[in-house]
Ligand binder design. Structure first.
Ligand SMILES: Cc1cc2nc3c(=O)[nH]c(=O)nc-3n(C[C@H](O)[C@H](O)[C@H](O)COP(=O)(O)OP(=O)(O)OC[C@H]3O[C@@H](n4cnc5c(N)ncnc54)[C@H](O)[C@@H]3O)c2cc1C
Length: 194
């Protein structure tokens, strides 16, 4: 007898590793479940790509104006705290939009922290969900450094929510997350990473 499962495909995590595939899969008629403990959409829309692009936009304008000096005149300043507030208005609706697309496609969203029990079972808050296939797409977390002074450091998510830009910033990393950070802090008067 064939084992029956709650879902054909059960995704753990609702980031990019999941939502681009889970929606079309559900729309094709597969029974799809998506388990997420945080914001639907994960890192990219909420604290990665989209947040960064929004913070970057005025810097692009600023640099264009600098390049065109002589043809245009005057300086463009960036109000960081307004920019961070603007970024939030752009990204706040994204989890709801992505969740809406998933559910409209027919996927179920299960909120809570999933624990992998076996090859076909994930437990969420004590309830077991089963899937013929399980996709683990739980992403990454910032790595805290085991060095004295680590408690003074912030991660890229904290950086994108700073109310004020510090005068000097030392950046430590080699991943997309740092090279992707908005260039605003490296504008004149700021100390940039080398
Ligand atoms: C600052 C920054 C800028 C970036 N810019 C770009 C860019 O411009 N272009 C680009 O291609 N990439 C960029 N990235 C990288 C991109 O965001 C990631 O590659 C992408 O989000 C990874 O998707 P994922 O689904 O693997 O993980 P995530 O998006 O992190 O999603 C994983 C999800 O799983 C959930 N989860 C984890 N454990 C559990 C559990 N036990 N139960 C339930 N849920 C769980 C988490 O809450 C999270 O929502 C950037 C990243 C950062 C930090």
């Amino acid at each position: 007898m064939t084992q029956t499962y709650d879902y054909d495909v059960l995704f753990l995590g609702a980031g990019h590793g999941t939502f681009d595939g889970a929606g079309p899969l559900a729309a094709s008629g597969k029974r799809v479940g998506v388990i997420e403990s945080g914001l639907i959409g994960g890192t990219c829309p909420n604290r990665g790509c989209n947040a960064k692009i929004t913070l970057d936009a005025p810097v692009t304008v600023q640099r264009a104006v600098e390049r065109m000096q002589g043809v245009v005149s005057g300086k463009v300043g960036i109000n960081w705290s307004e920019l961070v507030a603007h970024k939030q208005t752009i990204i706040d609706p994204l989890p709801g939009n992505i969740a809406g697309k998933l559910t409209q496609s027919g996927a179920d969203i299960i909120h809570g922290r999933g624990v992998l029990i076996d090859a076909h079972t994930i437990s969420v808050d004590g309830r077991a969900y089963t899937g013929d296939k399980i996709v683990v797409a739980t992403g990454l977390r910032p790595h805290r450094l085991d060095v004295p002074g680590d408690e003074l450091a912030i991660d890229s998510s904290d950086f994108m929510n700073l109310r004020e830009l510090p005068h000097r910033i030392a950046i430590m990393a080699r991943a997309t997350s740092v090279w992707s950070l908005p260039p605003s802090p490296t504008r004149p008067g700021r100390t940039s990473p080398s």
